[in-house]
Design a protein around this ligand. Structure first.
Ligand code: MN
Length: 250
C-alpha cells in the first residue's frame, strides 16, 4: 500500500507531520506538499512558470506551487507508481460548507480523486492545533478502514474533526455540506507608504447548520465525513435553462 500525502498549510505544518506519523505504519508514505502556506488556493494549477521539486531532510518533498500542483506532479510523473490513496491535511482550521470551494486542503484530495484515486481531506475545525491528537486519531482510523474495507470507487471524503479532547469525541457521522452566511467585510489597512490595502475578511458563520450537515455534526461533537463530487452542474435547473436558452434561438 502506498499513500500520497499533501496539505495546503505547507510542508512544515504541524498537522502534516502529525498525519504522516499517524499513517506511517499503515502504508508506504510519500509526502509532496507546498513550500509555503497556500490556504485558500482552491484547485489552482501553476501554468506560468516551471515548478521546483526539492527534498527536505525529513524526507518530505516540497514544491514551490499550490496543493493541486503538488498532487498533480506526483500523479503524473514524480511518484512513478499510482498511489492507493491520497490523503490531505491535517488542516489548521475548518473546511465545512462553502469553505470546500476555496480550500487547498480539499483541492489536494480532489486532485487525487480526479485521477481516480480514493482521496481523503482532514481538517481540525479550530485553528491552533489545541486537540490535534483527536484529528490524528480520526485520520488514522478512517484511513485504516479505507485500506481494509474500501468505501468503493474513487471516493472524495471531506473530514472535519471537532477541536475536542479525544475522550469527549462522540463518534463519526456521514454528513452533507452545510452553508455559510456571506463572508465578513474586507479589512482595510494602511501600508507604511500610505497605500490603503485590504485583507480578505473571515468566512461567514454557519447559515444552514441543520440536522445532517457537517456544521451540525461538529457542533454535536462528532467527526463529520462528507462525500464530495466535483460535477457542479445544477441538474434541477438544467431543464429550465434548456427552455430559456431555446427561447433565444426561436
Ligand atoms: Mn490551510
Amino acid at each position: 500500500m502506498h499513500i500520497l500525502v499533501s496539505n495546503d498549510d505547507g510542508y512544515n505544518a504541524r498537522g502534516l507531520e502529525a498525519l504522516v506519523e499517524a499513517l506511517r505504519d499503515l502504508a508506504e508514505i510519500t509526502v509532496v506538499a507546498p513550500e509555503v502556506n497556500h490556504s485558500g488556493a482552491s484547485n489552482s494549477l501553476t501554468l506560468t512558470r516551471p515548478l521546483a521539486v526539492r527534498h527536505a531532510p525529513n524526507g518530505f518533498i516540497y514544491v514551490n506551487g499550490t496543493p493541486s500542483d503538488c498532487v498533480h506532479i506526483a500523479m503524473t510523473g514524480l511518484l512513478g507508481v499510482r498511489p492507493d490513496l491520497v490523503v490531505s491535511g491535517i488542516n489548521n482550521g475548518a473546511n465545512m460548507g462553502d469553505d470546500t470551494l476555496y480550500s487547498g486542503t480539499v483541492a489536494a484530495a480532489a486532485e487525487g480523486y480526479l485521477f481516480g484515486v480514493p482521496s481523503l481531506a482532514f481538517s481540525l475545525v479550530d485553528k491552533g492545533w489545541a486537540h490535534l491528537e483527536t484529528a490524528v486519531d480520526a485520520a488514522r482510523r478512517l484511513v485504516a478502514h479505507q485500506l481494509a474495507q474500501p468505501a468503493g470507487g474513487a471516493v472524495l471524503l471531506n473530514v472535519n474533526v471537532p477541536n475536542l479532547p479525544l475522550d469527549q469525541l462522540r463518534g463519526m457521522r456521514a454528513t452533507r455540506l452545510g452553508k455559510r452566511h456571506p463572508s465578513q467585510p474586507v479589512i482595510p489597512a494602511s501600508t507604511p507608504y500610505g497605500e490603503t490595502v485590504y485583507w480578505i475578511g473571515p468566512a461567514g458563520a454557519a447559515n444552514d447548520a441543520s440536522s445532517g450537515t457537517d456544521f451540525d455534526a461538529i457542533e454535536q461533537g462528532y467527526v463529520s465525513v462528507t462525500p464530495l463530487r466535483l460535477d457542479l452542474t445544477d441538474q434541477a435547473r438544467l431543464g429550465h435553462i434548456t427552455q430559456w436558452v431555446g427561447h433565444l434561438c426561436a
